[in-house]
Design a protein around this ligand. Structure first.
Ligand code: ZN
Length: 283
């Protein structure tokens, strides 16, 4: 298969081969653990093994709606603010001179489908490419940064703008970390599965209406630049996530402003990676 697609089904790490999924612990005879975090800890070894594996007739068919978050318990989650020029412009803010980093707490992680409970009437959507770290990174250069990437998945950086901007200066982390505010998935895709890992289309729709549509080539700071910058300050561990910023089209800077409503469906789609779908509910 071209590239590796890695998912989680009923808490077990699975390799996805076209329409089927392969239980990694079972197929590897216990060489790799059942838990996805354990597989991420030995990612290069796993990928080397997985490249020779294809589905058998009795491997189950993938039900994308039944997959869990591909990284259920990251050690750290970084968010990047204002990383697309058009989003900085719509927010009326200057282009940042270096990456604007905030934290999403790991308890916000949820899978690629299901419900998201809104915490107020000012919750907003943000489609983002999410980088999954596959090898410890400390003070790595831009040139070697991508060697530390397991792959990419789609993400939503759901944000309660009331909480995010409640203080001056604003403090992003809590308003972006409520339960369910970090959907990721549907799978991790290795970089060799993507025609150009630095130029990927990403989209968000609310109840079928396209509200965000851009390409990751429009980022201000590229994925390798973000990894190099972060790793200069902190050690990135396997399974760490970087939400790389959102393009224009978020609700809070529209005229009139628009926020997520209970009953609405958020569709998050990234070319070559997949689609997530979530329904908003009252808190
Ligand atoms: Zn964001």
């Amino acid at each position: 298969m071209a590239g590796i697609r890695f998912g989680v089904f009923q808490t077990r790490a699975v390799l996805i081969d076209d329409t089927q999924m392969i239980d990694i612990e079972t197929r590897s005879g216990g060489r790799f653990p059942s838990g996805p975090m354990g597989v991420l800890a030995v990612w290069d070894d796993f990928v080397g093994w997985a490249r020779g594996i294809t589905a058998n007739a009795d491997d189950p068919v993938v039900d994308l709606a039944a997959l869990d978050a591909p990284v259920p318990a990251p050690h750290a989650i970084f968010g990047i603010g204002l990383n697309y020029r058009d989003h900085a412009a719509e927010a009326g803010l200057d282009i940042p001179k270096r990456p604007m980093v905030f934290t999403k707490f790991p308890s916000c992680i949820t899978g690629p489908s299901g419900e998201i409970a809104l915490t107020s009437n000012r919750c907003d959507w943000e489609v983002e490419l999410v980088v999954v770290i596959g090898k410890r990174a400390h003070k790595v250069s831009v040139d070697t940064a991508m060697d530390h990437v397991a792959g990419f998945c789609a993400g939503q950086d759901i944000s309660d703008r009331r909480q995010q901007f409640a203080d001056k200066p604003p403090q992003f982390s809590l308003g972006k970390s409520a339960a369910g505010f970090g959907p990721i998935g549907p799978v991790i895709v290795t970089l060799d599965a993507l025609p150009d890992p630095h130029d990927i289309a990403l989209h968000c729709a609310i109840d079928g209406e396209l509200v965000q549509s851009s390409r990751t080539s429009d980022m201000i700071f590229s994925v390798p630049e973000l990894i190099a910058y972060l790793s200069d300050w902190v050690t990135l561990e396997p399974g760490d996530l970087i939400f790389t910023g959102t393009p224009s089209g978020v609700g809070s800077v529209r005229t009139p402003r628009r926020y997520l409503q209970a009953g609405e469906t958020i569709t998050t789609q990234i070319d070559g990676i997949g689609t997530m779908e979530h329904t908003c509910t009252e808190a």
